[in-house]
Write a protein that binds this ligand. Sequence first.
Ligand code: URA
Length: 200
Amino acid sequence: MEELEQIAAEIRACTACILHRGRTLAVPGEGPADATIVFVGEAPGFHEDQQGRPFVGQAGQFLEELLASIGLRRDQVYITNIVKCRPPGNRDPLPDEIAACSPYLDRQLALIRPKLVVTLGRFSMAHFLPRARISEVHGQPQRVGGIICYPMYHPAAALHQPALRRTVEEDFRRIPEVLAKAEGVAEYQPPPQPEQLRLF
Ligand code: URA
């Protein structure tokens, strides 16, 4: 079995936290195994739990519009969540649920090795930037170990707050530029040694 599919199978059978009891379907994530960008949301909502796919409700519709604004379709990026099963009534995920589930995300990222991880909302941001405040760091790429993390507000929050919506749209439009810089970082070559310079 392909390794990402192996992780997905483990997630579908997971009983590591209480959320497995209320789920219809777990939502492992979807997208190309070699995606350049990974989007990490919070947790499945009603529709995601029904379908077993991430971001298929209203927030997903908005995410697709945002992707289109930078010339991307959802099947060109990997989309997942920090918590893979729906919390009851869409409540916030609890620390022990995040702790139980986030190793799956780490394993997915280790296989995909994206150039950029875009976190949607504060729960996925906190996994990479535990001390950051989203109001201070949104729209600013952060290097965390070998990963470039680009924190954004959650699209669902933006749907209900017009001012935030503009911020999300602006932060999103900067993704191509942030990605180009992230790729530059990965391809960074040390400057030539002095001996080499003397040849010219
Ligand atoms: N919101 C999320 O954070 N994730 C989804 O999959 C859907 C809505």
